[in-house]
Design a protein around this ligand. Sequence first.
Ligand SMILES: CC(C)(COP(=O)(O)OP(=O)(O)OC[C@H]1O[C@@H](n2cnc3c(N)ncnc32)[C@H](O)[C@@H]1OP(=O)(O)O)[C@@H](O)C(=O)NCCC(=O)NCCS
Length: 116
Amino acid sequence: MISIGVDCEEIERFHKILEDRRHLERILTPNEIEYCLSKADPKKHLAARFCAKEAMIKALSYHKVNAALENIEILNDANGVPRVRVNLDAANDLVLQVSLSHCNTIAFAQAIVYDK
Ligand SMILES: CC(C)(COP(=O)(O)OP(=O)(O)OC[C@H]1O[C@@H](n2cnc3c(N)ncnc32)[C@H](O)[C@@H]1OP(=O)(O)O)[C@@H](O)C(=O)NCCC(=O)NCCS
């Protein structure tokens, strides 16, 4: 089975979250926070990661995997390609991919999940 999920968010609302460390740590892992904060406009990358996690949660639900934000990590490889890790046994037999995008106002992500 192949499943998809999408999500979009207004970037501006993530400005406040960046200033609230506890809220930030509920959404992102330490490595994700480090990545976002290394960028000129961190809230874009934060919003995109939030979208990607929501999109992945949607896609996983078709496979009867109930994931939460804290189960999912999205880190970019050396070429900038976002790679997803889900720390749930139920996801071990699944291929997980996301694609992220952000302009000045909107972040968007699409997830795809299929059986290995
Ligand atoms: C990689 C590329 C497609 C990103 O597109 P973009 O419009 O600049 O930026 P978007 O906001 O849509 O996407 C950014 C996200 O793409 C993802 N990304 C970056 N490099 C990627 C790659 N090689 N493959 C897949 N995804 C990639 C990242 O997730 C990034 O967000 P993040 O840093 O928060 O993780 C673009 O930079 C590129 O290389 N385009 C090729 C054409 C080109 O060279 N154009 C410029 C000269 S005309």
